[in-house]
Each structure stands twice: as C-alpha cells, then as structure tokens.
Design a protein around this ligand. Structure first.
Ligand SMILES: Nc1ncnc2c1ncn2[C@@H]1O[C@H](COP(=O)(O)OP(=O)(O)OP(=O)(O)O)[C@@H](O)[C@H]1O
Length: 425
C-alpha cells in the first residue's frame, strides 16, 4: 500500500494513545477538537491512567514528522515560551501533580509588572510512531474560540475601545516576541484565541510562520526578492513582504495596523482585489504613502478610532527596517479611556449550540472562501527559515539523521530535502 501523502492531515492516532515527550513525560490523547491545514488538535492529559477529562487544560498538536509548520512553531516555543519543569524525582513521586516552575513569559511579565501576556505556554514535544507512520507532536495550553469566529458573529467589526485595547495588548505580546529574536509574521483574528477558562484573555497563537529575524542579535539584511513576493496572509501581509523582504519588527506592526483597521471598519480598501497580489500591494502602498488622510477618510465618524490607527501606521511607516520600535509610544498612540480587558462577549448562543472548537460547516465554508483565515487561496505563504542549529537537546538526539530544516518555503507543502538546501530569504 502506498504511504499516505504527507501533505494531507495526519492519519489520526487513536483516543487513549500515549505519547512520550523528550523529557520522558507521558501524555494521553483524548478526543480531537480541531484541525488545521496540516495538523490535528487533541485534548490531552498527563494523567495517563484515565480518559482525558473534558475540561483538561492541555492540547496536543500532531503533524506528520516531515511537515514544516509544526517544526517552526516548536522552535519558537522552545526558545521563547517554555516552562521550566522541576526535577524528575519530584515528578516521579507524584506523577499526577504538575511540578512546573516559572515560565519564561512569567519572568518577563514580573519584570514589567504585568498580570497577563497573551502567549500560550509550551509544555513539551516529541516524536511518535504508529503503523509505520512518523509524527511530531507538541503539548501546549488549551485555548478557546478564535477571534475570527467572534468577529463573524459581530458583523465583522469590534467596538473602537475593543480594537484599541486589543491593539495595545498585542503590541506588548509583539514586544516580548521581538525581544526573543522572533517575529510572528501572521497576525490576524483567526490566530488570536480566547483563553479556555477566561474568555477575556486573548492569546496570539499559531507560530508556524514565525521567523527568527535576529538570530543571536544579528538582524537579517534588507533584501528585496521578487521571487518571494507577497508572502503571508494576503489581506494583512506587510508591504515589505509584498516586495519579498524577510519579515521584521516593523512588518509585524504594520500587519497589526491593517488588522486594527479591518476590525474597526469591517473592510479594507483592497478587499475587492485579494486575488491579485500586485493590486493589493499597490493599494497598501497608496494607503501608507497618504497617511493619515488615507486612513481617516475610511470612516465617516470623527470618533471611530481611525485617527489612532492612522497615527500608529504613520509611526510604523517611519521605522527603519532594523530599527527597534518604541513599544511604549505605540501603546500610547492606541490609548483609550476604557481600561481593563477587551470586551469580546459573544452574542448569546442559540440553545443546543456546541461550544467545541471543531470548525462548524459554515466556518469551513468561509475558510474555503479565504476570509482572513489564511487558506491556501488567501495565503501566499511565508517562507519560514530557522537557520541555526543550537541547543536542541534531546529532541535533536531523537532526530539524528534528519536533514536540517532550513526552510518551509510554502506552507501548503511539507519540508523536503530541496528546502533544506535552500537559503530562503
Ligand atoms: N491551543 C489550542 N487549544 C484549543 N484549540 C486549538 C488550539 N490550537 C488550535 N486549536 C484549534 O484547532 C484548529 C486548528 O489549529 P491549527 O493551528 O493546527 O491550524 P490553523 O491555524 O487553523 O490552520 P493552519 O494549519 O493553516 O495554520 C484551530 O482553528 C483551533 O480551533
């Protein structure tokens, strides 16, 4: 029998399957609660002796071993968002209890007096094999509904206060990621998820396209490459990415600015030409060249929030490619009198509606239409390059013999030996 195409979703592992991560922690799989282009999301638990509880706090993301996105995501979490586990002797005595230390994110928050930062925690990863198929998995925080679904139920818009609050919180998330040498490169509502227990908390998820723009403090050079143009999710991708330039801090902020504009106005000036990347690029360039008027005129009302977003984008336009943004100033530009958490309350659900994360048929349809979810159609996908090979500890041990993952050129296909040999940016 021919092996399944690795482009496809992985053949599911059975409910109750036990996975062992690189730190020898055992994870039990529960039911599947989500699926992306390449991977499956399972409920998971460290208590392997009984079925996974419906309210568990962990999920496991599973992909075929050869696929690029999970590998890139894993590298980001391992470098920037892992939690230190305590000694294994403590764990052995009481395996059902979690002896976790403080996470990297928590340490950073403490230094800044923050009580929340929207980056999910990474709990472990490893490789698995079943029926001659090889898988890669990652255990992470379980999250709730994504904001694209919330937007879809709100007529595609958020209130001004919500947009500005989200903007400020995301500037801080980006500040953390950027300080850790990474850019996200694919900020959009579909990649923002509410907390599993606390719906007022919003997390930036999906680091499958994240890019290490400043490995060991060396910023990548500005280099235009028309062959790599238009990478990213077409609606929001940066003008640098349209020119085939590797993502940087300023491109993350510009993408965020386009998202804020979309959530405020419910549409973007380039909505009608999304199938033509060159026209989208032209429209974005026009908007950036004619700030602040180009943004202010998108709204008829004076207090719509477009002034704030125009100032935000104007600041971003003036950043040099390798310049460190002033995140504090950016948060001030998005200032608003309403304090506290963004108001994301969903309209009441019809009786009997499911609260599961498995996409409903209508949202699947929207995905096919390419509405902001980064479908293959809407996404002229970013190359993800993670070109150093330091400190990969036990996982590298497990992976000896595997070619180095220099690049996942196209998110819609798995890594190949050819990718590995190619310098992406
Ligand atoms: N940590 C999580 N907790 C709960 N559900 C999640 C979590 N991560 C993802 N999901 C759910 O699983 C679905 C698939 O997520 P995944 O990140 O694999 O793919 P995607 O971003 O939708 O698509 P793509 O593979 O193209 O990036 C998401 O739409 C979401 O509903």
């Amino acid at each position: 029998m021919a092996p399944p195409k690795k482009l496809a979703l992985p053949k599911p592992l059975p409910d109750g399957f036990i996975l062992t991560d690189t730190e020898k922690k055992k994870w039990r799989l529960g039911r599947i609660i989500g699926q992306g282009g390449f991977g499956l999301i399972y409920l998971a638990s460290l208590d392997v002796d009984r079925p996974v509880a419906a309210d568990t706090d962990y999920v496991i993301k599973l992909e075929y071993h050869e696929n690029g996105p999970l590998f890139s995501e894993l590298k980001f979490y391992q470098r920037a968002a892992k939690v230190e586990s305590r000694t294994s002797s403590q764990r052995l005595r009481k395996p059902e209890l979690l002896y976790w230390g403080r996470s990297q994110v928590q340490k950073w928050m403490k230094g800044r007096n923050l009580d929340f930062l929207g980056i999910p925690t990474y709990w472990g990863s490893g490789l698995a094999e079943n029926n001659n198929l090889r898988y890669r998995f990652m255990a992470m925080d379980r999250l709730g509904t994504d904001l694209q679904k919330v937007l879809d139920q709100n007529g595609g818009m958020f209130k001004k206060a919500t947009v500005l609050q989200l903007g400020r919180e995301l500037v801080t998330v980006l500040e953390y990621i950027h300080e850790n040498e990474y850019v996200h490169a694919d900020i959009k509502a579909a990649n923002l998820m509410q907390g599993h227990r606390d719906r007022e908390k919003v997390y930036l998820a999906d680091y499958g396209l994240s890019f290490r723009y400043c490995p060991d403090g060396e910023h990548k050079d500005y280099k235009e490459n028309p062959k790599k143009g238009h990478n990213g999710t077409i609606e929001y991708t940066s003008t640098d990415a349209h020119r085939g330039v590797a993502p940087s801090r300023r491109s993350d902020l510009q993408i965020l600015g386009f998202c804020l504009l979309h959530w405020l106005c419910g549409s973007l000036p380039w909505d009608r030409v999304l199938k033509n990347p060159a026209q989208v690029q032209e429209a974005k360039t026009r908007l950036m060249d004619n700030l602040p008027d180009s943004v202010q005129q998108l709204s008829v009302s004076r207090d719509s929030g477009t002034d704030e977003v125009a100032s935000f984008l104007l600041y971003v336009r003036n950043l040099r490619y390798d310049e460190e943004p002033n995140y504090h100033h950016l948060r001030q530009l998005l200032c608003h009198t309403v304090k506290g958490r963004p108001d994301l309350h969903l309209p009441a659900r019809p009786a009997g509606a499911s609260s599961s994360n498995v996409p409903d048929p209508s949202s699947k349809e929207k995905q096919k239409e390419g509405r902001g979810r980064g479908t293959p159609k809407a996404r002229f996908v970013a190359a993800v390059c993670d070109d150093d090979d330091e400190d990969e500890e036990e996982e590298e041990e497990q992976e000896r013999g595997r070619p180095k993952p220099a690049a996942a050129h196209h998110r819609s296909r798995p890594r190949s030996k050819k990718d590995d040999a190619t310098e992406v940016w």
